[in-house]
Each structure stands twice: as C-alpha cells, then as structure tokens.
Ligand binder design. Structure first.
Ligand SMILES: NC(=O)c1ccc[n+]([C@@H]2O[C@H](COP(=O)([O-])OP(=O)(O)OC[C@H]3O[C@@H](n4cnc5c(N)ncnc54)[C@H](O)[C@@H]3O)[C@@H](O)[C@H]2O)c1
Ligand SMILES: [Zn+2]
Ligand SMILES: [Zn+2]
Length: 346
C-alpha cells in the first residue's frame, strides 16, 4: 500500500533550525484522532527548539515534527472513538496525562506526574496533520476566528494564571509583556480588574499591551514603577501579581510593590534558580502559586470569553503561509512580535 505523505516542519538532527519535509501522515491508533491542521501559532518553546538552546537539547529527540498550538478539523477517528465526528472544528490539549495518578483523579490534570507533550515528546502540529488521543481533542465553536483559536494553548496559560484569583475590582501587576503577558492584560480587564499595569523593557511589546487595554505599560529600564502606581491611584500596592517574564529581577520588583495579603501566580520559567526576599513575602503575608499548563476547564472559558466579547487579536502581529516559517521564527527571535500565525491551508 502506498503511504500518504504530508508537509511538516521537522527538527531533523540535533542543532539549530527546522526543515520543511515530506513525512508520512500519522495513522490514528485505537482511541486516537487525526486532525487536519488549518492554522498553527509559534510558541516560545518552539523558538527554544528552533534555536536549539540547552532546554531543547535536553528535551527533544530528533528527528521529530514540532509544534503544539493549532486549530483544525477532525479528519479521521481511530477505532473505538465515540462522541466526535469527521469535520468538527477542534484544537487539542498538548499535555497527555496518565488518567491514573492522584492529580488526574481529582481533575487537576495539569499536575499529572506522568505528562508527555505534543511537539516535545511526540510528533507535533506543525504539519498538515497531527494525531492525538481523543480525550485531548477540544471542540471549538465554528464562529470563533481561527487565527485566535490557533493560540488557545498560550491563551490557556494566560487564563489559568490570571483566573487563579478573583479579579473583580482588583489592581493587577503583570511582569513580562511577552505574548502571554499581553493576552493576560485582556483577560484581566475582561474579568473585572480595576487597574492592569504591565512591565517590560521592550517598547514594541509594551505597545501591544496598551492596544490590549493595559491602563499602564511601564518600561522598567526607564520608568519608576512606584510613581506610575501612584498616578494610577494605587495606595497600598497591587492586589494581584502575575509573573510572566521568568526574570528574578521582575519577581523581586513585584514582591516589593504588592500590598499586604496580595496574591501572586508564577508562570514565567527562569533559566536559573531565582533568589527571593523571603522576609518580605512573610511580613507581607503574600500567597505565591506556581502555574503549570492550563486546566481543562480553561478551554471552555476561552471560547466563552471570546464569544462574550474578549478580543485578543491585537496580540497577533504576523501571519505567514507555513512555507515561510523561517520568517515567522525570525520575527519571534527579533523580539518585535506578538503571536505569529502560520497558515497550513492550501
Ligand atoms: N508554566 C508554564 O506552564 C508555562 C507555559 C508557557 C509559558 N511559560 C513561561 O511563561 C513566560 C511567558 O511566556 P511568553 O511566551 O510570553 O514569554 P516571552 O519570553 O516571549 O516574554 C517574556 C517577556 O518578559 C520580559 N522581561 C524580561 N525581564 C523582565 C523584567 N525584569 N521585567 C519585566 N519584563 C521582563 C521580556 O522582555 C519578554 O518580553 C515565559 O517565561 C515562558 O517560559 C510557562
Ligand atoms: Zn505553547
Ligand atoms: Zn496522571
């Protein structure tokens, strides 16, 4: 039998770059679903893989197809899959969990101790087709813009981090105006925050955060955050902090401007251990919550927030056909980008 072939972005060997190659279309095994990919978005971790940094060297075993942010339609169902049908608009949860550990059993699958990841531990979505377990398939209303659903994975990280706390009437500090920080601005405003202040040193990205509705976007290399807090009418400090930079300096600054009793969620991943002022955390009575991945419920929340009027499209800065993927990665590497969307429809 002649094997069906497809285009895919492959990490061919250990080293920088990706190659556009023909590879076999994956076959959905029992309990799996084959998805025809329409659009994908480039995540920071894809850039790590592209650049072949120490994290990528540790986690990626070439040759493999990468990518985990996508929207598409169901193309084929493996044996035994029920409740889904060919042609349905879908995205997919990229963390494949065991379903048996204690966290899986209590619904906190984001803390499964046996997680494997699409586009990291198994072939990913930067391809015409991707195959995932049926329970990871997320149905998405057809009315939602595909450019936005393409990055629901990253949107879900932002939603999980921001919606960890009740935001109604609260003053929020977001450190790091990367794509996830920028999306978080929109979520916090939508969820009822009073003031949303975001920091970075990258003016291009701060500008995107302003377009997303930030009350203040602060260049910490040039401006004094406490002065801006006062201008924004914050008297006792921020109620909620979302650390989305992975920088120890940003976390230190956040801790110093939180009000007593404030709550912080930590999404940003540091590339080395971060020292912090424990005494300040203790004397201020702060709560710090680590965030990994997203809750399955966030997928529904995202669809409903978009249907309810949350427009996160200002974070999209570049769109390319997949054949121009090099330009997409160059945009991400330049720092002058928000989300980059690749189109896989011909
Ligand atoms: N925990 C998880 O499951 C998870 C999932 C996805 C992403 N992440 C992490 O979340 C973070 C955000 O993701 P992203 O794709 O938006 O990242 P990104 O790297 O594109 O953005 C981080 C931003 O932080 C800024 N920054 C650096 N130092 C700063 C400082 N001192 N103060 C303020 N800003 C500073 C950078 O200029 C950059 O714009 C990253 O660290 C990423 O690794 C974690
Ligand atoms: Zn991602
Ligand atoms: Zn588990």
């Amino acid at each position: 039998m002649c094997e069906r072939m497809m285009d895919a972005l492959v990490k061919p060997v250990a080293g920088p770059g990706l190659e556009l190659r023909q590879v076999p279309v994956p076959h959905p095994e029992a309990g799996e679903v084959l998805i025809r990919v329409h659009k994908t978005a480039i995540c920071g971790s894809d850039v790590h893989i592209y650049n072949w940094d120490p994290w990528a060297r540790e986690h990626i075993k070439p040759p493999m197809v990468i990518g985990h942010e996508y929207v598409g339609e169901i193309a084929e169902l493996g044996a035994g899959v029920t409740g889904l049908r060919i042609g349905q608009r879908v995205s997919g949860e990229g963390h494949i969990t065991c379903g048996r550990c204690r966290n899986c059993h209590n619904g906190n699958i984001q803390w499964c101790k046996n997680t494997t990841s699409v586009g990291v531990d198994r072939d990913g979505a930067f391809a015409e087709y991707v195959c995932i377990p049926a329970r990871n398939v997320i149905r998405v209303p057809e009315s939602l813009p595909e450019d936005v659903v393409a990055f629901f994975d990253a949107f879900g990280n932002a939603a999980h981090t921001a919606l960890m706390w009740n935001l109604v009437g609260e003053d929020v500090l977001i450190t790091g105006a990367g794509p996830i920080g920028i999306i978080a601005v929109g979520i916090c405003k939508y969820a009822g925050a009073r003031r949303v202040v975001i920091t970075d040193m990258n003016e291009y990205r701060l500008d995107l955060a302003r377009k997303m509705g930030a009350d203040a976007a602060v260049n910490v290399a040039e401006e004094d955050l406490t002065q801006i807090m006062h201008k924004q009418g914050l008297v006792e400090g921020f109620d909620i902090g979302l650390e989305m930079s992975g920088s120890g300096a940003a976390l230190g600054q956040m801790i110093s401007v939180m009000r007593n009793g404030g709550k912080i969620s930590l999404l940003g991943i540091a590339n080395q251990p971060v020292p912090m002022d424990m005494n300040k955390i203790i004397s201020k009575g702060l709560t710090l919550q680590g965030i990994y991945g997203r809750k399955m419920d966030n997928w529904h929340q995202m669809s409903y927030m978009v249907q309810g009027g949350l427009d996160v499209s200002p974070v999209i800065t570049h769109r390319f056909p997949y054949t121009q993927f090099e330009e997409g990665f160059a945009a991400m590497n330049s720092g002058r980008s928000g989300k980059v969307v690749l189109d896989w429809t011909k």
